[in-house]
Design a protein around this ligand. Structure first.
Ligand SMILES: Nc1ncnc2c1ncn2[C@@H]1O[C@H](COP(=O)(O)OP(=O)(O)OP(=O)(O)O)[C@@H](O)[C@H]1O
Ligand SMILES: [Mg+2]
Length: 269
């Protein structure tokens, strides 16, 4: 069990963010609407357009895969949608109460952004990003500790999530005592712990072998069938096919879309 003590530090990421985002009515079946999202990086004398007017709508319970070559803007997209980075322009409107009350993260205060990251967005990365000194249980528990959830509630929730991903026997293991696939399953449990609106996964199987990749995809499909919304970025064109929709990103623009839904058993055939 994790305990946090000491003085609270107030960190403002962006002092410009003072105006509170006002709720707007949106279609209750849509979890996220992205409009004309543009992000450029300036390095020395060159300007890199990482995202160029990207538009996207994700419905509740939809599993979307984004594919594209290296440098096409996939991670930039995940970072912007996950409120880890800020686009230059556009809108990212989340159905925050899951009943049709939309909030644009481009207009949120730092306090609203903090809540968004903690409670509404479940992030999964290629390299797991688990704390090496915390056990599987404590890594999953951490977002709830930060969110000041009750101890008993935390314990029950972590145990049920670890059971859901088949790791209840490993709860006292440190990341170094687990395989890559097991560590990634822990990050899936961690991403789910505060019941997010959406799971954003950046190359979640990038480090895994074929069999472990299939297992992680089965977990994603179970989550989707249980009503979770998932946006997954991947280089792996085969596993992308199991998603409901596959969108191609090229040089910061969506250049193709197709229907997925291929049975998981067939992806390596
Ligand atoms: N912090 C940064 N500063 C400058 N340029 C950046 C930065 N982050 C990304 N870029 C550039 O933006 C473009 C998109 O990068 P991004 O990381 O989103 O691509 P990606 O599709 O995720 O690639 P990969 O498949 O290799 O992970 C690239 O040209 C990259 O060099
Ligand atoms: Mg990337």
């Amino acid at each position: 069990m994790i305990k946090i003590s000491g003085k609270k530090k107030k960190v403002r990421m962006n002092k410009q963010r003072n105006a509170t985002a006002k709720a707007i009515r949106i279609d209750p079946d849509i979890i996220l609407t992205v409009k004309d999202l543009t992000k450029t990086y300036i390095v020395g004398n060159s300007t890199i357009t990482a995202l160029n007017k990207v538009n996207l709508t994700i419905k509740k319970g939809e599993f979307i895969a984004v594919v594209g070559p290296s440098g096409s803007g996939k991670t930039t997209l995940i970072n912007c949608l996950g409120a880890l980075d800020f686009p230059d322009s556009g809108n990212i409107i989340y159905n925050v109460d899951a009943k049709g009350m939309g909030l644009d993260i481009m207009l949120m205060t730092n306090k609203q952004l903090k809540k968004m990251r903690l409670r509404k967005i479940g992030l999964i990365f290629q390299f797991y990003n688990l704390f090496p000194i915390l056990t599987a249980f404590e890594n999953v528990e951490l977002p709830m500790v930060i969110d000041k959830k009750d101890v008993k509630f935390r314990e029950e929730k972590v145990k049920s999530l670890l059971k859901r991903i088949g790791l209840e026997e490993r709860m006292d293991h440190l990341p170094t005592q687990m395989s890559g696939g097991e560590q990634q399953r822990v990050t899936v449990a961690r991403a789910l712990v505060n019941d997010p609106l959406i799971i954003l996964a950046d190359e979640p199987t990038g480090e895994l072998d074929t069999e472990t990749t299939t297992n992680i995809m089965k977990i994603f499909l179970d989550l989707k069938n249980a009503g979770e919304s998932i946006l997954m970025v991947t280089h792996n064109l085969r596993i992308a096919e199991v998603a409901d929709r596959v969108i191609t990103l090229t040089d910061g623009e969506f250049t193709g879309k197709r229907t997925g839904g291929k049975p998981i058993e067939d992806i390596y055939n």
